[in-house]
Design a protein. Structure first.
Length: 95
């Protein structure tokens, strides 16, 4: 199989990962420990651990993490602050 197609398959598989899985992969690729990333993003190691297990970060922390790692992790999710407001408004109207 051509290296190009292998790379494309790898990219496709990476795009299917959950944000918390991407966070752990990128943290490790950038040679950060949880403690190191926490120090750079002004949060605790415990918070980084929670995020890597699936907790959704607040928008400020999300931006700091993506800036430090120089990668977009959550942007393709419908978890942006504005989307939460729309979903909550929609849910409250139907309740």
């Amino acid at each position: 199989m051509c290296a190009f197609f292998i790379l494309q398959e790898m990219r496709g598989a990476f795009m299917k990962l959950e944000p918390h899985e991407k966070l752990k992969i990128w943290r490790q690729r950038r040679k950060f420990t949880q403690e190191g990333l926490a120090a750079k993003t002004a949060c605790s190691q415990m918070e980084i651990s929670r995020l890597e297990r699936g907790k959704i970060p607040n928008p400020e922390l999300r931006n700091r993490i993506e800036k430090v790692l120089n990668v977009t992790i959550w942007s393709d999710e419908n978890e942006k602050e504005g989307d939460f407001k729309c979903q909550r408004e929609d849910q409250s109207e139907t309740s």
